[in-house]
Design a binder for this molecule. Structure first.
Ligand SMILES: NC(=O)c1ccc[n+]([C@@H]2O[C@H](COP(=O)([O-])OP(=O)(O)OC[C@H]3O[C@@H](n4cnc5c(N)ncnc54)[C@H](O)[C@@H]3O)[C@@H](O)[C@H]2O)c1
Length: 455
């Protein structure tokens, strides 16, 4: 490839895509409009907690194959552009396409000749057609000649394991109506599809199956939504079983183990807890539900999945009420803020909703997370609702109840007798069934898990 590849948006997805493409041997120009993130990348650092990304960037900088710029107009001549900007949920529950349409318009003001636009952002059905029109319209308005081909290339990486997921995927999905563009992008992915990676793969993972799925634009767009919605359905399903377990006196842990042993079901995404969170599952489920509704289908399964998730997030509050009554002066220590272990991502994290609800009920909320040291602005809750403590000990001192929200491995090592001495009360709510109930009880504490019979 003689021209560099442009990557627009360098968040969790774009940062990994940019670093990985450079690691695979391409020259990359990455655009990031957030000045703080940009400065970190330009200084050779990485602004997110993502295992292996620093190593990829080091390889890229060492080989002088990556540069970071603030605006699309600085990308220079490129013939492949990856769109990796955010598509957060808007007020109506649909994906907010402002960033992607803006990026497409900006692109149309700089590209000419043949350009392939690869959409990695998760976008509602039909968005890729709009992206193509936006680029073409801006090209026409600025008197540029050329042709645009759009390839939908949804991303399935998970925050926390993003580099490993990108370099060792289960599948690469490409959707386009332009055969030549499709062939170019298939070619680009060959080292990943063949699992023939250059030296220095920081993940240490074994080769994956890396299947290629090629299809049309709309099907590629829907694959992403269908995949995330299915994962959400699975989580809500096991959480509904957990609710039933508590009513009938059964143990969800045995039930989920038994279900997962069936290879048709698999044990993955079958862990009971406080429901799913993160930047993708809830947003994508909502967007797909809306698309279906707009087209006349009520999507009752998707709707019920969301309802169950909301119910599940209320479990900590319900348990506190049961034990503490309406005590408004109680202090609750939340263990974990990130939406799952291994990431600093708190977008739509159950912890935030729980913290806000507890705060609104007048309770004092102190949280500790091994990675999240402060609550970022714009995450949907008032950051003053929660004090972020510097240690577990600080968080639990004087607490009436401790609730484990994110199953960080270090929480399984907690010295419960020491915690018991620091607490005022004695309630431990294990929102992820990650603790050993006997160890917690042996410390003289009251243990409550999700979907498990009480002693
Ligand atoms: N995070 C995930 O696990 C994940 C997984 C698969 C797919 N996705 C999808 O990928 C997309 C990106 O997700 P993310 O988590 O990386 O989002 P993010 O918010 O972390 O990153 C998006 C980045 O794009 C930048 N940006 C926005 N508009 C820009 C512009 N015009 N020019 C330059 N930079 C711009 C933002 O500043 C931000 O840094 C979303 O559509 C998301 O749904 C995310």
């Amino acid at each position: 490839m003689d021209q560099p590849i442009a990557v627009i948006g360098t968040g969790y997805v774009g940062g990994v895509v940019a670093g990985a493409l450079a690691y695979l041997g391409h020259d990359v120009v990455a655009v990031e409009r957030d000045p703080e993130k940009l400065a970190v990348f330009q200084a050779g650092g990485v602004p997110v907690h993502e295992s292996g990304l620093e190593e990829l960037m080091a390889i890229a900088h060492e080989a002088d194959r990556i540069r970071f710029v603030a605006e699309v107009k600085e990308i220079g001549n490129v013939d492949i552009v990856f769109l990796c900007v955010g598509t957060p949920q808007d007020r109506d529950g649909d994906a907010d396409l402002t960033a992607i349409r803006q990026a497409a318009a900006n692109l149309g003001e700089v590209v000419s000749g043949r350009t392939i636009v690869v959409t990695k952002s998760t976008v509602p059905i039909g968005t890729n057609f709009r992206v193509q029109l936006d680029v073409e319209k801006a090209m026409a308005a600025t008197g540029r000649e050329g042709s645009i081909a759009v390839v939908s290339n949804p991303e399935f990486l998970r925050t926390g394991t993003a580099v490993g997921d990108f370099l060792h995927p289960d599948r690469v999905v490409l959707g386009s109506d332009d055969e030549a563009a499709m062939a170019t992008i298939v070619d680009l992915y060959q080292p990943i599809l063949r699992q023939e990676l250059p030296p220095g793969d920081p993940t240490g993972l074994p080769n994956s199956s890396a299947h290629l799925v090629t299809t049309d634009l709309v099907s590629a767009e829907l694959i992403k939504y269908a995949a995330n919605s299915f994962l959400a359905v699975k989580i809500s399903y096991i959480n509904e079983m957990a609710q039933i377990c508590e009513l009938v006196g059964a143990d969800i842990e045995t039930i989920s183990t038994a279900l997962g042993l069936d290879h048709r079901i698999s044990p993955l995404f079958l862990r009971p807890g406080l429901g799913y969170g993160g930047s993708c599952l809830g947003k994508d489920l909502a967007s797909l539900t809306l698309t279906a509704r707009e087209l006349g289908y009520s999507a009752p399964l998707l709707e019920a999945t969301r309802t169950v998730n909301e119910l599940q997030r209320g479990e900590v509050v319900r348990r506190l009420r049961r034990h503490l009554g309406d005590a408004t002066s109680a202090k609750v220590a939340l263990l974990g803020l990130a939406f799952k272990p291994g990431t600093d991502d708190v977008r739509d994290a159950p912890a935030l909703h729980i913290a806000q609800t507890l705060h609104d009920a007048g309770l004092e909320v102190v949280a500790y997370d091994p990675v999240v040291r402060e609550l970022p602005a714009n995450v949907g809750i008032d950051p003053t609702t929660t004090t972020v403590a510097a240690s577990i000990e600080e968080a639990v001192t004087g607490a009436d109840a401790v609730a484990l929200i994110t199953e960080w491995p270090e929480f399984t090592e907690i010295d419960w007798p020491a915690i018991e001495r620091l607490m005022r009360g004695n309630l431990v709510i294990d929102g992820r069934n990650a603790l050993d109930p006997d160890t917690v009880r042996a410390a003289g504490l009251t243990y409550e898990g999700i979907g498990r019979p009480y002693p």
